[in-house]
Design a protein around this ligand. Structure first.
Ligand code: SF4
Length: 351
């Protein structure tokens, strides 16, 4: 086949293993083969770089040293610790899966790739990472780093987000895998993608695979991996109403199925078309308290999510001191709130 010409599989394996032995980062979940920290780190690090994810991992391990602690935790606490990481469904699934491990597997993680897939929030990537790292099962782990490294190494010009592309990458990973140490091998490819074979700042001069890499030879590595699908991003307009007094603030829990499910936020009006007037907020304000002060604009911000551009405006009104259906300032510290609300409270709570 076209990519077998230059590349010797045995040699690749050896070069990667040696490089990983000398260059892998010393990360807390790598100190042993306990599946709990491995699982925790893999869920936290999905779509998050190690430098951002590490403090979250430490917080979770500190608060929930075992899967039993996580399973018996209050969901609000789990979401609060996750706050700022985004993709809150992952935190809810993490909590659910911990309960599954305790209830259905007597606190012991399933030991095979196939069985691990039964845990909520555990897909192909996470199951293969846990199965190979904790249990030495020979299954390739395919994440964004692996797609990039393999598509460059073998100069794959088929889109990696197509079924065919994924199949080819997986097949190549199986071909070059170190069956004696699959966990290390998977981590070596991912680590190379994270530290050397980066999307734009590709450090080919320090890459152990330089002499083997077809994309390097053809100098087209910045055009790999090829992708077809573009994420459709929708605009969403949100007007938040910050209703507070000296005791606290009016908060509500999101129960919608879309973003930030179960997080706490201010009463709001959300629309797919731009919000210009504020009549809707006036109505909302008087629904909560007819005696609240006049509404005034405080600030606006744009917040980007993978599938959404949020255009957020914040308005404030003082509610009477006698108003009792509020979340106290102290209680608020324990509630998970969306990032824009966190930023707003930090800067404007006292306004
Ligand atoms: S030589 Fe460059 S493009 Fe090829 S695998 Fe190494 S870092 Fe990536």
């Amino acid at each position: 086949m076209f990519f077998f010409l230059k590349v010797g599989f045995m040699e690749i394996k050896k070069l990667l293993n040696n490089w990983y032995r000398d260059n892998s980062r010393d990360l807390p979940w790598r100190s042993n083969k306990n599946p709990y920290p491995i699982w925790l780190s893999e869920i936290i690090l999905q779509q998050t770089q190690v430098v951002q994810g590490l403090p979250y991992y430490k917080k979770f391990i500190e608060n929930f040293p075992t899967v039993y602690d996580l399973a018996s935790a209050n969901e609000d606490k789990v979401l609060k610790l996750w706050q700022g990481l985004g993709y809150y469904s992952r935190a809810r699934n993490l909590h659910f899966a911990a309960k599954q491990v305790v209830a259905e597997y007597s606190g012991h993680f399933p030991k095979t790739y196939k069985e691990l897939l039964k845990l909520k929030g555990v897909g192909d990537y996470t199951a293969s990472a846990i199965a190979s790292i904790a249990y030495d099962e020979t299954v390739p782990t395919i994440d964004g780093n692996v797609l990039r490294v393999i598509s460059r190494l073998f100069d794959i010009d088929i889109p990696v987000d197509s079924n065919n592309g994924k199949k080819i990458i997986k097949g190549l990973m199986i071909e070059i895998m170190d069956v004696d140490n699959p966990g290390n091998f998977n981590q070596a490819v991912m680590e190379l993608g994270a530290l050397v074979c980066k999307p734009k700042k590709t450090d080919c001069d320090n890459c152990p695979l330089k002499e083997k890499c077809l994309s390097y030879e053809r100098q087209n590595f910045l055009e790999r991996p090829v992708k077809t699908k573009k994420i459709k991003v929708k605009d969403l307009y949100v007007d938040y109403l910050f209703l507070s007094n000296s005791q606290g603030v009016i908060m509500q829990q999101r129960n919608v199925k879309t973003i930030w499910k179960k997080l706490f936020e201010f009463p709001n009006v959300t629309s797919e078309v731009e919000l210009v007037k504020v009549n809707h907020l006036e109505e909302l304000r008087s629904n909560y308290s007819k005696n609240s002060s006049e509404l005034f604009f405080i600030t606006e911000m744009k917040h980007k999510l993978t599938h959404r551009n949020l255009y957020i405006r914040f308005f404030k009104s003082k509610i009477p001191e006698s108003y009792s259906r509020i979340t106290s300032w102290d209680e608020l510290k324990r509630k998970a709130v969306p990032k824009p609300i966190e930023v707003f409270l930090r800067k404007f709570r006292e306004v």
